[in-house]
Write a protein that binds this ligand. Structure first.
Ligand code: GSH
Length: 223
């Protein structure tokens, strides 16, 4: 199995999940987000996923699984023995509730317009207008809790990956105490620290290839 990823993109959640469950049989293949070619082999990623979006999981039978929510649940199910995704009906629905919320309300609605250099001023302002309601909602949900569900799940891996993008957007977690503490706590989790550390290094190399420099600090970024 191969997981296609780009450094510090939303695919970081799948890498965290792999480290969390110890699935060493899945190999990781880097995709350069600008050229859409794999590294170091230079395969045109659009021949693998026509939309060239990461994450994408190439299965052993050659099939391709796409969409973060589906990939994360599949990895949890296949390798996690119920540890990273609840198996009861309500628990699974709650997990899907958070995966859906993170994917639509945070990833696409809030952060994409702020990260996309092609987004107009109006599109960025429209997205930013949603910040307080969307992040305030998660902040309140996390008050007094360690994780989104009763224990660490793939939804936490996804939320961690998205929250890293505050480093390169006008969104600051300082206004959201519970969320800021949650993000800092997760950064110390061994699977997260390993995945984040590795992708920060790869991201710095990616920028260097483009002649850009970036101080990759405590928070990550994806531009
Ligand atoms: N709906 C997809 C979205 C994935 C996505 O937006 N991936 C970004 C990285 S975070 C990407 O590959 N962007 C490249 C592009 O838009 O060309 C999912 O949930 O997996």
């Amino acid at each position: 199995m191969k997981l296609y990823f780009s450094p510090l993109a939303c695919s970081l959640a799948a890498r965290i999940t792999l480290y969390e469950v110890g699935a060493s049989e899945v190999s990781l293949v880097e995709v350069d987000p600008k050229t859409k070619r794999t590294r170091p082999d230079g395969v045109d990623f659009t021949t693998i996923h026509p939309l060239a979006l990461v994450p994408a999981l190439e299965l052993d039978d050659g099939g391709l699984l796409t969409e973060n929510a589906a990939i994360l649940q599949y990895l949890a199910e296949r390798f996690g023995e119920g540890r990273l995704a609840p198996e009861d009906a309500l628990g699974r629905a709650r997990l899907q509730q958070w995966l859906g919320f993170i994917g639509t309300e945070l990833h696409k609605a809030l952060f994409v317009p702020l990260l996309d250099k092609q987004a107009s001023k109006e599109a960025r302002a429209y997205a930013l207008a949603k910040e307080e309601s969307r992040l305030g909602y998660v902040d309140r949900a996390l008050a007094g809790r360690e994780h989104l569900l009763d224990r660490f799940s793939v939804a936490d891996a996804y939320l961690f990956a998205i929250l890293n993008w505050t480093a390169v957007t006008p969104v600051s977690l300082r206004r959201y105490r519970a969320l800021a503490d949650y993000h800092a706590r997760l950064r110390d989790r061994p699977s997260v620290a390993r995945a984040f550390g590795e992708e920060r290094t790869l991201y710095a190399k990616e920028l260097a290839r483009r002649g850009l420099s970036f101080i990759v600090g405590e928070s990550g970024s994806r531009s």
